[in-house]
Write a protein that binds this ligand. Structure first.
Ligand code: UT7
Length: 342
């Protein structure tokens, strides 16, 4: 296991601070209900809802792409921040399902017309949004960039085996984004933690399947395709309910806060039972736990920014609120960020 990448509050002198000034998400038209899914595989609304909290998920149509839904979320976040795409210096896209394996962040840059910005992808599955947010903060705190868009977008239906009831009922498609901005006074990212344990990689992955193809003489090339998602659900569940409370407790400690200081707990939306177990372990009341599981299912890197955006737009998350975010999943990887919104 790697050593924790920890940033205790006040441990470093940053020339600048970070503010969180806008959020947005894409609206996908097609929904797939548990009832409909039970006509595809042997399952039921009762099983899915009681084991996961999911009632439906959104599915990308032929017209949707990471470029289009990521772009839509980014544009909404930029508008909410009262900026224009020309103001953006950096776009970081967290995704595991890019339209282009060489990266889709540049496609989003073109889609929204952020002509001045540099753009790149990061892949860290369900931890991707938290890892991208922390990455963005480093560029902002050092003074390199002022306005940064962090997008979490995934079309997991591309990697879903629709014959496997143990996984296909869980996932959905979506995109969310936030705008982070450099500020001269104060730093609204209070602390973060990032962890990886690659020894557990086989618990959850979508590996590349190779096949040897003779090229010439004794040289063969390895060509192939990506497999659909395979998961050891019980193992990942155990991992999540142990690691997530731990990483949140450490982050709160480094921020000099306690669980009572949290206004909203925004976890990766993997399973309502995981959300409930983490909240119970930390003693956080249910009304502070953000959940849109029923509507969206697990949208991978998009789940935290979509949930955040829905709570911001409903007027529940307000400027100055303390948010505790935690992403966890394939890698395995997990992380947390404690921040003040606004
Ligand atoms: O984003 C990354 C993170 N991913 C996660 O966090 C996933 C974490 N894991 C989980 O959320 C849960 O393990 C699942 C929701 C995936 C599964 O729930 P579970 O309570 O762990 O179920 P299980 O795998 O232990 O399966 C219990 C039973 C089995 O039948 P038997 O062997 O007891 O007869 C399964 O075959 O439920 C059966 N089953 C289903 N039945 C109806 C599994 N999937 C389904 C299904 N519909 N979709």
């Amino acid at each position: 296991m790697t050593q924790p990448m920890t940033q205790p509050a006040g441990a470093f002198n940053h020339p600048f601070g970070v503010a969180f000034i806008g959020s947005g998400s894409a609206k996908l038209g097609t929904t797939l209900s548990n009832e409909q899914l039970s006509q595809v595989v042997e399952t039921s609304d009762e099983w899915i809802a009681s084991r996961t909290g999911i009632r439906q998920r959104h599915i990308a149509s032929a017209a949707d792409s990471i470029r289009s839904i990521g772009g839509e979320a980014a544009k909404r976040a930029i508008a909410q921040a009262n900026l224009t795409p020309a103001d953006i210096d950096l776009i970081i896209l967290a995704t595991s399902t890019p339209d282009d394996l060489f990266g889709s962040a540049c496609q989003i840059q073109a889609e929204i017309g952020a002509t001045r910005s540099v753009a790149f992808d990061i892949t860290a599955a369900c931890s991707g949004f938290v890892f991208a947010l922390v990455t963005a903060a480093q560029f902002i705190r050092s003074g390199v960039y002022k306005n940064v868009v962090v997008v979490g977008a995934d079309i997991l239906s591309r990697l879903t085996d629709w014959r496997d009831r143990r996984t296909c009922v869980l996932f959905g498609d979506g995109a969310g984004a936030i705008v982070m901005q450099r500020c001269e006074i104060g730093d609204r990212l209070l602390s973060f933690e990032m962890h990886s344990d690659g020894s557990m990689n086989d618990c959850l992955n979508a590996g590349y399947q190779t096949e040897s193809v003779a090229l010439i003489d004794d040289i063969t090339t390895q060509t192939g395709h990506f497999n659909t998602v395979t998961m050891n659900g019980r193992e990942v569940y155990r991992f999540a309910v142990n690691r997530v409370p731990e990483v949140l407790e450490k982050s709160l400690f480094h921020a000099g806060l306690s669980t009572d200081d949290i206004d909203w707990l925004i976890l990766h939306q993997a399973n309502q039972r995981i959300l409930d177990a983490v909240a119970k372990r930390l003693g956080i009341p249910a009304e502070k736990v953000v959940s849109n599981m029923a509507k969206h299912g697990n949208t991978d890197a998009a789940s935290i920014p979509i949930a955040l955006d829905e709570w911001v737009h409903a007027g529940k998350v307000k400027s100055g609120d303390t948010l505790a975010l935690s992403g966890f999943g394939a890698g395995l990887s997990w992380g947390a960020a404690i921040l003040k919104w606004g």
